[in-house]
Design a protein around this ligand. Structure first.
Ligand code: DCP
Ligand code: MG
Length: 437
């Protein structure tokens, strides 16, 4: 059962071409065609929006593209580079929910039901994602927000590039109706020909056709098609939660050897990780830590918990245990806490071994944070700590904090107040590689 539009479809704009324009400023604003030598027999992989104005598009023979757009910059396909950029983008998406389903190199579905307490309503999450992808990776993404995957996918495509389209619940069919049938996901060429014979041009035309007529002409799958034309699609976002992890890290402004500061930081990071686990309805069976000292020596340690958890306390205690021997006598530059081996309680065969009162208390806290904002409740121990906002900006993301904070203060509603992990964790340029795992 879904109430609000919590499904996001994120798709990068002119992906391969946009990466090349990012890396070679002289190509910005110019038609760029990625695919290789225009005299060779290949096809176009990606065309920048400037090239599309000449009629160039993916899968077109390069020679055709060269004829249409002789002044275009034709570039070879650098697969390794695009895969690397894809991973960076997917990492950003994974910060907002564990329910992340990557469907191609540059697109993914997210279900953010449950992430609202941490990151705001879905439209806000969509804006944050776009801002983070732009600021951290230097690419633009288009996002669709809807109650179903189908409608979210159509929505993300509608205002490309750099689009954001939200379809309110109940308006799915009306949203789809005026759109040409080619926008409907999963309508192939043959189906389109048959539909055209019935005078179907728009998705609304399809929705209005009697379903038995369709089934007679197109077979059983037409019933599904008919449902989709009305915006009905019950397929869930199947985030492969078992393979995913949640982690937060923090780079200190000034390297520190202060045990109290280290402990408090670990507690704040553990709180952040735990609330993200609860938001995603999953528990972690393993806790990992990362410690980088002032000499850039980095160690990671991990330990399996006696029982999977989504609570901060066991994560913090384990993290502290793992970190202690690694920090002795060293000045610490960066700390990270991660949760791995995620699964839903039922899948993990969990019995109710935990104290139900403890769980009720934690759930009540989550509820208060949901209602009154993530700063409404903070452990006494964390008061006054710039990291003391486990539901606020991810302290693991110093880059985003830094760029956004500097270039566009308070933009996109990225918690202006407090700037948890923002100014307080100004990353140095050497962090640009991102966390290595
Ligand atoms: N791709 C490819 N061959 C195709 C289609 C796509 O090699 N026939 C590659 C290049 C694209 C990337 O996959 O950059 C993503 O595909 P999309 O369909 O999302 O297309 P773009 O991202 O290029 O453009 P858009 O802005 O329409 O999403
Ligand atoms: Mg794309």
């Amino acid at each position: 059962m879904r109430t609000g539009p919590t499904i996001l479809h994120v798709d990068l704009d002119a992906f391969f071409a946009a990466v090349e324009q990012r890396d070679r400023p002289e190509l910005r604003g110019r038609p760029v065609i990625v695919g290789g030598d225009p005299r060779a027999r290949g096809v176009v992989s990606a065309a920048s929006y400037e090239a599309r104005a000449f009629g160039v598009h993916s899968a077109m023979p390069l020679r055709t593209a060269a004829a249409l757009c002789p002044a275009g910059a034709f570039l070879p396909v650098d697969g390794a580079k695009y895969r690397r950029e894809s991973r960076r983008v997917m990492e950003i998406l994974g910060r907002f929910t564990p329910l992340l389903e990557q469907v191609s190199i540059d697109e993914a579905f997210l279900d953010v039901a449950g992430s609202e307490a941490l990151f705001g309503p879905p439209e806000e999450i969509a804006r944050r994602i776009k801002a983070a992808v732009r600021d951290e990776v230097g690419l633009t993404a288009s996002v669709g927000v809807a109650t179903t995957k189908l409608v979210a996918k159509v929505a993300s495509d509608l205002r490309k590039p750099d689009g954001l389209v939200v379809v309110p619940p109940g308006e799915e069919a009306a949203f789809l109706a005026p759109l040409p049938i080619r926008r409907l996901w999963g309508v192939g060429e043959q189906t389109r020909v048959v539909l055209a014979e019935h005078g179907v041009r728009t998705i609304g035309d399809l929705a209005a056709l009697p379903v038995d007529v369709l089934v007679r002409r197109l077979g059983a799958h037409a019933a599904t098609l008919h449902e989709r034309a009305r915006g009905i699609d019950s397929s869930p976002v199947t985030g492969d939660v078992a393979a995913k992890s949640v982690s937060h890290e923090h780079t200190f402004d000034v390297d520190t050897a202060d045990a109290e500061v280290i402990e408090r930081t670990l507690l704040a990071l553990s709180e952040g990780v735990a609330s993200r686990l609860r938001a995603g309805g999953v528990r972690a069976s393993t806790v990992a830590v990362k410690v980088r000292d002032s000499g850039f020596h980095t160690v990671t340690r991990q330990r399996t918990l006696p029982e999977p958890t989504d609570l901060a306390d066991p994560i913090f205690r384990t993290a502290l245990d793992l970190v202690r021997p690694e920090v002795r006598g060293r000045r610490i530059r960066l700390l990270g806490v991660g949760a791995h081996g995620l699964g839903e309680p039922a899948q993990m065969g969990l019995f109710a071994t935990e104290d139900p009162r403890r769980r009720r208390a934690v759930e009540a806290q989550d509820e208060i944070r949901r209602k009154y904002g993530s700063r409404a409740l903070t452990r006494a121990r964390l008061l006054g700590d710039p990291l003391a906002d486990p539901g606020g900006r991810d302290p693991l993301q110093p880059l985003r904090a830094r760029r956004v904070g500097r270039a566009r203060p308070g933009a996109e509603g990225l918690e202006g107040a407090g700037e948890a992990g923002g100014a307080g964790s100004a990353a140095r340029p050497d962090e640009e590689q991102g966390p290595e795992r």
